[in-house]
Design a protein around this ligand. Structure first.
Ligand code: SF4
Length: 244
C-alpha cells in the first residue's frame, strides 16, 4: 500500500474540530473536485512521517508499507492514548478497504477509535468495513463546488450504511452553490435521520471557485435548519492555524 504522509495533528474540520488525531493519508481518489489540494501521484516512491508533531521534521520512508509495519511506525512515534482517534484520509481511503481491514487491528488504543474521512461515493466499500469504523465524516459532493456531477443516489445509499455509526455530513459550499442543491442534500439526510449533523464548510478558494458571502452562507444555514436539527458552519481551521 502506498501513502503520502502520516502525522499527528488536530482535526481541522467539522464537529470534531480541535481533537487530536493521527492522520494516515492514503493515495488515490475516484473523484476530481476542482478545489482538491491533495497530491495525485498514486505510486509515490516515498511517504513522509512527521516525527515530532508540529515541527515538520519529516522522515522520508519507502512505499509500499505492510499493515503491521504501518502500525509499528505509528505506535513508535505517537502516544495513541493521548489521541482522540486515527483519521483514515486521502485521497479516498475506501479505495483500499482490504488494506484497511488488515491495518485496523494494528492501530488500536486511541480514545475513540477509527475516524474515516470519505467523499461518500462508495457505499459498497463502506459496507465492507463498517464494523471496524467508529466515526464517519462523509461529504456530499455538490456540483457548484466540485464542478463534477453530484452522485445523489450513491450519496443516499452511502448515508444509509454510514448511519449505523456516528456520522456527520459535510458540504463544501461556494458562491455558486444553489438552494436547489442544498434542498436535495437536506432531503437525503432528513429521510434517514433529521438529527444527523450537517456541516457547511466554505470552500477554500482555488481555481476560480470562491467561498459564499457571509450573508449567503447564513441564509443557507437557515434553510437547512428548517428541516435538520444540527447545522453548523465550520471553515478549515487547520489552515488558519498553520497546522498540517
Ligand atoms: S474527494 Fe477529496 S481527495 Fe478526492 S478529488 Fe475531491 S477533494 Fe480531492
Amino acid at each position: 500500500m502506498f501513502f503520502h504522509e502520516v502525522f499527528s495533528s488536530v482535526q481541522g474540520e467539522g464537529p470534531y474540530v480541535g481533537n487530536r488525531q493521527v492522520f494516515i493519508r492514503f493515495v488515490g481518489c475516484n473523484w476530481q473536485c476542482a478545489f482538491c489540494d491533495t497530491q495525485t501521484d498514486i505510486k509515490p516512491k516515498y511517504f513522509l512521517l512527521e516525527k515530532t508533531p508540529g515541527l515538520r521534521d519529516f522522515l522520508k520512508l519507502e512505499n509500499p508499507v505492510e499493515p503491521a509495519m504501518m502500525g509499528e511506525l505509528i505506535k513508535d512515534y505517537y502516544n495513541l492514548e493521548r489521541h482522540h482517534s486515527i483519521s483514515l484520509t486521502g485521497g479516498e481511503p475506501l479505495l483500499h478497504t482490504e488494506y484497511i481491514k488488515q491495518l485496523v487491528p494494528h492501530i488500536q488504543g486511541t480514545r475513540r477509535g477509527i475516524f474515516l474521512e470519505t467523499n461518500g461515493t462508495l457505499p459498497d466499500k463502506l459496507a465492507s468495513v463498517i464494523n471496524i469504523i467508529d466515526i464517519i465524516s462523509m461529504d456530499i459532493k455538490l456540483h457548484s463546488s466540485t464542478r463534477e456531477n453530484t452522485p445523489w443516489e450513491r450519496h443516499k445509499e452511502f448515508l444509509k450504511v454510514a448511519s449505523q455509526k456516528d456520522v456527520y455530513v459535510k458540504l463544501v459550499v461556494s458562491s455558486d452553490t444553489t438552494f436547489s442543491e442544498l434542498e436535495q442534500a437536506i432531503q437525503i439526510i432528513k429521510n434517514i435521520d433529521q438529527s444527523i449533523e450537517l456541516v457547511l464548510q466554505p470552500v477554500t478558494p482555488k481555481g476560480g471557485i470562491l467561498p459564499p458571502s457571509n450573508n449567503y452562507i447564513l441564509s443557507i444555514q437557515e434553510l437547512a435548519l428548517k428541516t435538520l436539527k444540527n447545522v453548523r458552519i465550520v471553515p478549515q481551521t487547520h489552515l488558519m492555524m498553520g497546522h498540517l
